[in-house]
Design a protein around this ligand. Sequence first.
Ligand code: S3P
Length: 174
Amino acid sequence: MSRKNIVLIGFMGSGKSMVAKRLAKILKRDMVSLDGLVEAKEGRSVKQIFEESGEAYFRNREKEAVREAAGKEFLVIDCGGGVVLDPQNIVKLKANGILIYLSATPETIRERVKNKKGRPLLNVKDPQKRIDELLKERTPLYAQADYTVVTDKKTVKQVGEEIIHLLTVGASLP
Ligand code: S3P
């Protein structure tokens, strides 16, 4: 397996954070969460940043976090669901990383984010409608990944194993 970063992208609730932690543990790599980097620099949560400074401000901070993480190697990078909105983020992450899209149906996502309050974009009257709209807009962007792993009805362990398999098989290709 190469020293390139393993970069997990996908919608909120697709399991990126948990899978990233698992992969980092198994592969003995450091794990970096882009949201975590932004929160540490700002000293406030993503939710607070959205509320107090707006989405555009957050996207700029997120872009800086991408630059920082993509400049390193041998990491597992857990990206926020909206990282793909900026094409430059994709270019940077791909330059030194293998992008893996964790996909999930709208129903799976709704179920997984149901009782979580930290997601400002889903803090609306009709979260399901919002999920559908955002997914429609973003699915073509997520498709720029090197690999897609379907996560519906799978455990974190299963998804992690699938990714490791993909990366191992991929590494042995000419
Ligand atoms: C966002 C996803 C969140 C976080 C922010 C915006 C998005 O991260 O970056 O709330 O635009 O999809 P997770 O995907 O880890 O929930």
